[in-house]
Design a protein around this ligand. Structure first.
Ligand code: PAF
Length: 291
C-alpha cells in the first residue's frame, strides 16, 4: 500500500485527509512539530473528523496542498529528506511553482493538480463548502506501475479527476477564473455572487480580453465565450462563498496574487505586453496586503 503524506494544516489539505477517511485510504498528516492542537473538519453532509500530526514514516506520495507562496520554503525543507522514488504532488491556485519543484527534486516523479472542491478554515476548524471536479497532469512521469497506482489514488481522492497530457490548459483555465474572481471579491469585500452585478461586467470583459492576449502569445488557444461562460458559471455556483483571496485579505494573511494576476503580468512582460486592468488589480491587492 502507498504511504500518502499530506503536508500542512490548510483547508484543502484537511479536506483531503477527510476524503482519505471516506475512501479508506491510509494517510498521515505532517505539520510543524511545535503545533500540537488537532485539526477538525465538518463535511457538507455533517460528518466530522479530527486529525493529529502523523508518525513520520517516509512517504511514497507527498501532497503539498499549500498556498502558492508556501511552496518554495516547503520544497527547501523537504529536499533533503524525501527519497527520489517519492512522488511530489503540487495542489494550489495560480501558476509559477512548477519549475521550482522540478529543480528542487530533479529525480522525483512530479504531479500538478487543481481542484474545484472547496473548504474554508477558521483557526483549527475547517468547513467543506463545495463539491467540484479536479484536473491533474504529470510534470515528470514515473514508470508505468507507479503512474497507474498514483493516478488511481488521485482518482479516488479527488473524484472526478481528469488527467491531461498538458496540464497547462486546465491550469490556465483556472487562472482565468482566479484572475477575475479573487482580486475583485477581495478589493470590493463581496461574496463571489456579488460579481453578478452589472457594475462589474465591463471590467470582467476587459480582464478576459487581456488574459487572451497573453494566452495567445503563449500559443494557448482559448475562446473568449468559453472563458466568459466558465467565469460566470463559477460565480453562480459559488455565489454564497467568499474567495480564498477575499479570506486572505480579511484575515490579514498574505495572498496568492503573485501566482495569479502577478503570474499573468510576468508572462505578459516577457512578450512585451502591457495589461492595464490586471496591473491595477495587482497594485490594489498589494496595497490591501500592506494595511
Ligand atoms: O480561490 C478560490 O476561492 C476559488 O478558486 C474560486 C474558484 C475563485 C472560488 O471561490
Amino acid at each position: 500500500m502507498l504511504n500518502l503524506t499530506i503536508v500542512g494544516r490548510g483547508a484543502i489539505g484537511t479536506l483531503l485527509a477527510a476524503r482519505c477517511i471516506e475512501q479508506n485510504i491510509a494517510f498521515q498528516m505532517w505539520w510543524r512539530d511545535a503545533v500540537t492542537t488537532p485539526l477538525s473538519i465538518t463535511m457538507k453532509d455533517g460528518k466530522q473528523h479530527q486529525f493529529q500530526q502523523g508518525k513520520g514514516q517516509a512517504p511514497d506520495i507527498l501532497i503539498l496542498p499549500l498556498k502558492a507562496w508556501q511552496i518554495a520554503p516547503a520544497l527547501d525543507e523537504f529536499a533533503e529528506h524525501i527519497p527520489t522514488s517519492c512522488c511530489i504532488a503540487l495542489l494550489h491556485n495560480g501558476i509559477g511553482t512548477e519549475t521550482l519543484a522540478l529543480n528542487a527534486f530533479p529525480d522525483n516523479p512530479l504531479v500538478r493538480l487543481t481542484t474545484n472542491r472547496a473548504a474554508k478554515k477558521q483557526q483549527d476548524t475547517v468547513l467543506e463548502t463545495g463539491y467540484g471536479n479536479s484536473q491533474a497532469g504529470w510534470l515528470r512521469t514515473p514508470g508505468d506501475q507507479v503512474k497507474q497506482e498514483t493516478e488511481a489514488l488521485f482518482n479516488r481522492l479527488l473524484s472526478p479527476c481528469e488527467w491531461h497530457r498538458d496540464i497547462r490548459i486546465p491550469l490556465w483555465n483556472k487562472l482565468a477564473i482566479n484572475c477575475v474572481i479573487n482580486p475583485l471579491t477581495a478589493i470590493h469585500n463581496i461574496a463571489n455572487g456579488g460579481l453578478q452585478s452589472p457594475h462589474y461586467q465591463q471590467l470582467i470583459a476587459q480582464l478576459l480580453d487581456e488574459f487572451l492576449l497573453v494566452a495567445q502569445a503563449e500559443k494557448l488557444t482559448f475562446e473568449k465565450s468559453d472563458l466568459e461562460h466558465n467565469v460566470s458559471q463559477v460565480i453562480a455556483m459559488t455565489a454564497e462563498n467568499y474567495s480564498s483571496m477575499h479570506q486572505d485579505i480579511h484575515f490579514k494573511r498574505p495572498t496568492e496574487i503573485d501566482y495569479i494576476n502577478g503570474y499573468l503580468l510576468q508572462v505578459a512582460a516577457s512578450h512585451g505586453i502591457t495589461l492595464t486592468a490586471h496591473q491595477a488589480l495587482y497594485a490594489q491587492i498589494r496595497q490591501l496586503e500592506s494595511v
